[in-house]
Design a protein around this ligand. Structure first.
Ligand code: IMP
Ligand code: MG
Length: 178
């Protein structure tokens, strides 16, 4: 347990654990994408720190793209109605696209996004997610590269937010008594 400006936060994965896992994922992606035209696609905002660390753990030439999605919430759960709020800067046709996301919760946001991306005729689309929360899955989304599997608790830190706060915690944790 630690505190962040008066709030108690339970640490799930500390900075060293996150760094080690990101390195492993980067090595795996490096092996799989050798000689491929790789586009790393950041899903804003939650995956931003994971994305920049992962990009530097991949020892290959690649390009970076950013995309914003907003899923309409009812309480803390997404409704499955998703909107692209800002799109990539270059066409994805013919590219090997690796989507980098913070967490797959119900899976509804990613289901929508993957379908949308596939319609742009990339050479391939795969998914790298820092976290998976299988207890809440409402649709099956295949995660090609997965950081950690978490229980059914609300996660903050390392990009993930609660009401837009806590994204800058350098570790992955759970706020106690929000
Ligand atoms: P999904 O559509 O239910 O899979 O969730 C999509 C988005 O909800 C994720 O990309 C996160 O931005 C957010 N989200 C889901 N679970 C959590 C959590 O435990 N902490 C913070 N954000 C979450
Ligand atoms: Mg998100």
């Amino acid at each position: 347990m630690t505190t962040f400006h008066g709030k108690k936060v339970r640490v799930l994965y500390d900075e060293a654990a996150v760094r080690a896992r990101v390195r492993e994922l980067g090595a795996q992606i490096t092996r799989d994408y050798t000689d491929k035209d790789l586009v790393l696609l950041c899903v804003l905002k939650g995956s931003v720190f994971f994305f920049t660390d992962l990009a530097r753990a991949i020892d290959l030439p690649l390009t970076l793209e950013f995309l914003g999605v907003s899923s309409y919430q009812s309480g803390t759960e997404t409704t499955g109605e998703v909107r692209i709020t800002s799109d990539v800067s270059k066409p994805l046709a013919g590219k090997h696209v690796l989507v980098v996301e913070d967490i797959i919760d119900t899976g509804l946001t990613m289901q929508f996004l993957l379908e949308n991306l596939k319609a742009r005729h990339p050479a391939s689309v795969k998914l790298c997610a820092l976290l998976e929360k299988p207890a809440r899955a409402r649709t099956q989304v295949g995660i090609d590269y997965k950081g950690f599997v978490v229980e059914d608790v609300f996660i903050v830190g390392y990009g993930l937010d609660y009401a837009e706060q806590y994204r800058n915690l350098p570790f992955i944790g759970v706020v106690q008594g929000k």
